[in-house]
Design a protein around this ligand. Structure first.
Ligand SMILES: NC(=O)c1ccc[n+]([C@@H]2O[C@H](COP(=O)([O-])OP(=O)(O)OC[C@H]3O[C@@H](n4cnc5c(N)ncnc54)[C@H](O)[C@@H]3O)[C@@H](O)[C@H]2O)c1
Length: 316
């Protein structure tokens, strides 16, 4: 299928921009990601409801201004560990018209469970931020500022519900990348799941070298292994939940490692020192055009009337 071309325009809007009523937001799971989202929305003046099975996480969120409840409407954000994402709504009262999104690191399994159950009310998402810390003590209201936030647009996704999720991401300072669950999982295997596996392998291999190697470890070792400090349960659920794309991405790394070292070092250097500019674009609020923007490496930064504004990489 041919992609809809991205129409670029840096001009401002020529029509009045309607005020979009902000839907109420409920966050289930008030740990690092959910607590940070709730805190950022509260800081932006938005009423936020929340729930967590951990009383300490509930207390911490309440102290930041989150209304603790088990009743939700509007937009419901599931910010719980991956293994409980499909069951976290059980025991809660959720309005039958509520839009439900999640922020899990793998999208296909959630689409197959929650998506199958909730139909077009479910819109998957994944903010590309977070640290190796976890729990409510790791909450940071600035966590999403400047981050990319993948928001899934499947064939049966209702544009209005997709927008509800996108608008919350934009409200906390993120840039929205339209994707399908499948495209997302293939992409994050390469840039997140394999780096977690490699960080673990680097750390384990260095330990095998003995105490002298660990005593001399400095910047490059720390950068390469930082994410190995993440909660092992979180990383295991993530890589096992995306096993086939992660294995394929790992195989590409192994192929790279077989190249002559000078060639490999030069190729990697070229990728990470590339600094493409940003070409502003305006894209219609329509699935094919939005997905084309995401595939081009671009993102949405603002919603207008029937359009969104954003950018695509510009090599110059
Ligand atoms: N950590 C990251 O870097 C990162 C980045 C992007 C997305 N994610 C995704 O975000 C989600 C949450 O990750 P996190 O790092 O915030 O984890 P976290 O451990 O910091 O927080 C999870 C919270 O969910 C609560 N919880 C567990 N089961 C629950 C249930 N049934 N109902 C309500 N609350 C429940 C826990 O008590 C905890 O407070 C995961 O799905 C993860 O894949 C994580």
């Amino acid at each position: 299928m041919a992609d809809t071309p991205i129409r670029g325009s840096a001009a401002g809007p020529r029509f009045p921009v309607p005020t979009i009523p902000a839907p109420s937001v409920g966050v289930i799971g008030l740990g690092q990601l959910g607590g940070s989202l709730a805190a950022a929305l509260v800081a932006g003046g938005r009423p936020v409801s929340g729930w967590d099975v951990d009383p300490a996480a509930r207390d911490a969120a309440a102290a930041r201004g989150v209304h603790i409840t088990r009743e939700f409407a509007g937009l419901v954000v599931l910010a719980v560990p991956l293994p409980v994402t499909s069951t976290a709504l059980e025991g809660l009262s959720v309005d039958t018209d509520a839009t439900v999104t999640d922020i899990g690191s793998v999208k296909r399994p959630v689409l197959e469970t929650l998506g199958a159950r909730l139909g077009s009310r479910f819109v998957g998402g994944h903010p590309m931020c977070g640290t190796e810390r976890s729990g409510h003590t790791a909450v940071d209201p600035a966590l999403f500022t400047g981050a990319r936030w993948a928001v899934c647009f499947e064939p049966d996704t209702e544009p209005a519900r997709w927008l509800r999720v996108a608008e919350v991401a934009l409200a906390v300072g993120a840039e929205v990348v339209p994707v399908t669950a499948s495209e997302h999982d293939d992409a994050v295997a390469a840039i997140s799941h394999v780096p977690h596996l490699i960080a673990a392998a680097l750390a384990a291999a260095a330990a095998e070298s003995g105490p002298l190697a660990l005593a001399l470890a400095a910047g490059s070792f720390a950068s390469g292994t930082r994410v190995a400090a993440s909660d092992p349960a979180f990383v295991t659920a993530m890589v096992e939940g995306n096993a086939l794309p992660a294995a394929a991405a790992l195989a590409r790394v192994q192929t790279q490692l077989a190249r002559p070292w000078p060639e490999l070092v030069a190729a990697g250097h070229e990728v990470v020192t590339r600094t493409p500019g940003r070409r502003p674009v305006r894209v219609p609020l329509e699935r094919a055009a939005l997905l084309a923007l995401g595939r081009a490496g671009g993102a949405v930064t603002r919603r207008l009337a029937a359009f969104v504004e954003g950018w695509v990489p510009d090599a110059g």
